[in-house]
Design a protein around this ligand. Structure first.
Ligand SMILES: NC(=O)C1=CN([C@@H]2O[C@H](COP(=O)(O)OP(=O)(O)OC[C@H]3O[C@@H](n4cnc5c(N)ncnc54)[C@H](O)[C@@H]3O)[C@@H](O)[C@H]2O)C=CC1
Ligand SMILES: O=C(CO)COP(=O)(O)O
Length: 347
């Protein structure tokens, strides 16, 4: 029998709440912290979180907290489930109310524009060393809507300290939520963040009226450019064929639950970015990540044509259809880059 723990989930949005449910199902005492007092009142009195997970009933061992100090009191592990944009602010608040070291399990999928830091690097950067035990990432093909219905889901945990990842594996694993470990934290974080770019693009092609062939092309060639960048950044190429690579690409590009796909779909149908984001009500990580990935492609001198096309649509007001046409009419090339390199060196 695994040890039951007090665990704090920081961020009461859809993913934080769904993960709180998994931990509660495993018998842990779960504290769900959110910054909106009305939402916390709803969680404690009605046992629902209707805005983020409509129709889902929360068990009694999930208790809502509005004060970070109380939520983190006597807790060794915290799940950080806020959008990438909010991470530094929340970590700063956490550091102000903590004295003891904490293991932080982050579940966000993004890269910080300009600093180009992965999320585990942002945590190491922001959290004073004496307050940080370990940093673990949990990622994989997992929509909150399905997890909260206890639908079968598989994810991966990774950390520089594999024992910390194994401990988190034990906290979460159960009969509907299977957790694997992978020591390649760079690959796990890069795959999880960059798949959102491709999901936005898949939403756009669907919105433009293209079919499954276009989507399969985007998933496959998207994976190629994610792996091209990721391996330059030090990731293992094998990670991109796993749950946090192709697995998450498939689910995000093909699911109506995906916020990134839905946002892309509206863009493809002609809505403006500002309008789409305003009406979404939930985070669309792929927009900021496109900016960061575009900067990373320049830094590492890696060709990322889909990311570049999406960057043009999101930030240069390019027409989505024109960008698709431009992608399709690029100079012809080999599919496998190793082969292309061999052939060009033979010429
Ligand atoms: N929703 C999903 O199915 C999944 C989401 N993720 C990732 O989890 C992260 C969170 O996503 P969601 O839960 O979907 O987002 P969401 O939009 O459903 O919820 C975000 C939550 O963060 C809170 N928040 C925003 N700014 C804040 C701030 N400055 N201080 C404190 N709280 C703040 C919001 O009030 C909200 O409760 C994202 O990085 C996303 O990519 C990962 C896997 C699955
Ligand atoms: O990461 C996710 C599924 O694995 C969630 O994707 P969206 O943010 O696009 O909904």
């Amino acid at each position: 029998m695994e040890r039951k723990e007090k665990i704090t989930v920081v961020g009461a949005g859809s993913w934080g709440t769904a993960l709180a449910l998994v931990l509660a199902d495993n018998g842990h005492d779960v504290r769900l912290w959110g910054h909106n007092p009305k939402q916390i009142e709803e969680i404690n009195q009605l046992h629902t979180n209707k805005k983020y997970l409509p129709g889902v009933e929360l068990p009694n061992n999930i208790v809502g907290y509005n004060t970070l100090k109380d939520a983190l009191n006597e807790v060794e592990t915290c799940i950080l489930a806020v959008p990438t944009k909010a991470i530094r602010e929340v970590l700063n608040d956490m550091a102000n109310v903590r004295q003891e070291p904490l293991t932080i399990v982050h579940v966000s999928k993004g890269i910080e524009p300009d600093t180009l830091l992965r999320i585990s690097e942002m945590i190491e950067d922001e959290m004073p060393e004496h307050l940080l035990q370990d940093v673990v990432v949990l990622s994989g093909p997992s929509h909150a809507e399905e997890v909260s219905m206890r639908h079968i889901t598989t994810v991966t945990v990774s950390s520089k300290n594999i024992e910390a990842a194994e401990k988190v594996q034990d906290l979460f694993i159960n009969s509907y939520f299977r957790v694997y470990t992978n020591p390649d934290i760079i690959g796990v974080e890069i795959g999880g963040a960059l798949k959102n770019i491709i999901a936005l693009a898949a939403g756009i092609t669907d919105g433009l009226g293209y079919g499954d062939n276009a989507k399969a092309a985007l998933i496959t060639r998207g994976l190629a450019e994610i792996a091209r960048l990721g391996t330059k950044m030090g990731a293992s190429p094998l990670t991109f064929s796993g749950l946090t690579g192709i697995g998450d690409l498939i689910v995000t590009c093909t699911s109506v639950h995906s916020r990134n796909w839905r946002a892309g779909n509206l863009l493809g149908k002609g809505q403006k970015l500002e309008e789409v984001l305003e009406n979404m009500g939930m985070v669309v990580e792929g927009v900021r990540t496109t900016k960061a990935a575009y900067q990373l492609a320049e830094k590492y001198q890696v060709k990322m044509p889909i990311t570049t096309a999406l960057h043009n649509v999101l930030f240069q007001h390019a027409n989505p259809k024109d960008e698709v046409d431009a992608l399709m009419t690029r100079v012809k090339t080999h599919e496998m880059e190793d082969l292309a390199n061999v052939l060009s060196s033979e010429q």
